[in-house]
Design a protein around this ligand. Sequence first.
Ligand code: SF4
Length: 710
Amino acid sequence: METKFRESINKALHNPNLTGALGRFSEAYRISRQKAYEGYDFEALRTQIAERKSYAASHLDELADLFTKNAEARGTKVFRTNDPAKVREYILNLARENGVKSIVKSKSMASEEIHLNKHLELAGIEVGETDLGEWIVQLAGQTPSHMVMPAIHMTKEEVATVFNEQVEEGQKPDIPKLVKFARAKLRTKFLNAEMGITGANIAVAETGTLVIVTNEGNARLVTTLPKIHVAIVGLEKLMEKFEDVVPVLTALPKSATAQLLTSYVSMISGPVPNTDGTPKQLHIILMDNRRTEMSQDPKFKQAMQCIRCASCLNVCPVFRLVGGHVFGKVYTGGIGTILTAWFDALKSSDDIQGLCIQCGNCTEVCPGKIDIPGLILELRRRLAVENGQPLAQKAIFSVVNNRSLFHSMLRAASLMQKPLQKDGFIRHLPFFLSEMTEFRSLPAIAEAPFRDTFKKIKQPAGKEKIAFYAGCLIDFAYPEMGESLVKILNKAGIEVVFPEGQTCCGAPARYSGAYEVAAQNANDNINALLANHVTYVVSACPTCTVALKKEFISTFESLGQTASLPRAHELANKVIDFSSLVKKLVDEGRLKFKEGQQLGKITYHDSCHLKRTLHVSQQPRELLTQAGYEVAKMYEADMCCGMGGSYSLKLPEISAPILERKLTNIKNTGAPLVVMDCPGCVMQIRGGLDKQTSTIKVEHTVQRLACELE
Ligand code: SF4
């Protein structure tokens, strides 16, 4: 990670205006978005959008031709190019031919993408942004930090200072007055401009219509007052039919700003006369800039389903801390990272892809149904192929890939750590490692791993056998969680099998883009776990469960290792997470809770992979309630705790404030005990609470339930 990039992260984290404004906005957004969608079937709506946009992405050429034919039939000039330089050249030539000295613009990410303003200004043409946020950012000499709210990172005080310095003295930090001032100044610009430039939200092929959505009405003035209107339209805006507009217009305002409707929806089908009766010039530039290539890429085609609502930014736990400017380019957030890799260069995403913590919040709200974290992993894979793996990482993975060496090293570390540990925690590490224990204590490596203690457990022979996949954390840090799991399944008459050949699930390698390593981990585990005849393979770590159930398959698919797929599917069909299995056993009457217990208050934290990838969130809550607990609702219970596997080691400066927020939310419930289904979250949250010398206890659900079952 480049030092400059790290510095920009730290600068953002230490800007209270930025973190304060974004934090407040993202909290309010989650609630108001939910309200805006009340009465709508979001899943059905986004399936419709994804299907229609996916169809368009598969027929780009055809739709671009149809759009051109229909728009030209109405008197519009359409220019199509793959080259951003040609877009700039076309607009500059048009301006020169028509003696244009002043241009007004409404918000257009496509124009930002090609740095149009700078190009025109260098040629001596005045360019004025008219979207209020864009104008503020332009006056401040900055770039937009957010796709929909370009100046969200600025406070009213900062805006007043910009107006005072760049436009006219005497402006106070009073929002209605600042808006009134901006409106008056922008009116003159609209009236004097000879050319208006816009983007478009949708381009309808069957009618040649542009659909432009704004809240301020500025696009109406930009498209009507100047005698020339130029629209720059990225090819991803093409949709086949006029009826396709409906689902996008239904979702866009709700997802973007949590509004039921946007204030202004303009539909432009051909030029209309100017106010003096002369004909208007309407030019539409269909800009490719690698969009066709993207639509032909089997992995990244889905990124063409984006409707640029920025919902993914609004719910991202990292974005709300660091804002958009750390992304360094035009597009920000998770989807911005993907667009930067395509519209700029793959290597431009090298640092910024590391910001994604893989929590999946974005995918849950995306109206285009885009698997943003999955695409970021694919970027990592391609970057690792292009750049090669860093040497240190290569060395680590070569150890992880050698199971006996890896396990011997963990056993040795268990002995070496003795002087550093107390009460099961390592609270301080020396030298350059000290950063790892600054914001949370680390768990000590267990004296004996689960694979050793398991051999000593005397199990009653059961008719049914279930294999247990422990994962590294339970095996080497929290063997007591594994012991609790065996105890519970034994109570249901099930014998637990622990296949010795199991090893790391490959998540660390996969999340670093090292797919070859992840594939070897997958093969080793498949061989070990399918060696016994068992009804299920259970895991009490959601990250491992997702690896076993989904990621082994996708890793083999990405590498084209199709021969490994049938056994990966065979394993996937047997894999179940711990809470779902216990819920099933309780429902079948094979497990019973002790009767009449009133156990008091408890609270539950949702692990990202369990809630969003495996869609399990009610089962553990129901089990705890059945056991006799009062499960107190935690604010943002399903928000990431900042662990993210090795993320908390790579970016502790981001992991720490995310954890801090989680700990506050836990404390606010008033519960003396917080439980969760993930040993990684236990490590992060328990370590954080220990660092704060809190008395709140942290347990895995498996430990809690083991105490409450008959
Ligand atoms: S990726 Fe999805 S959530 Fe993000 S801007 Fe695009 S459509 Fe909106």
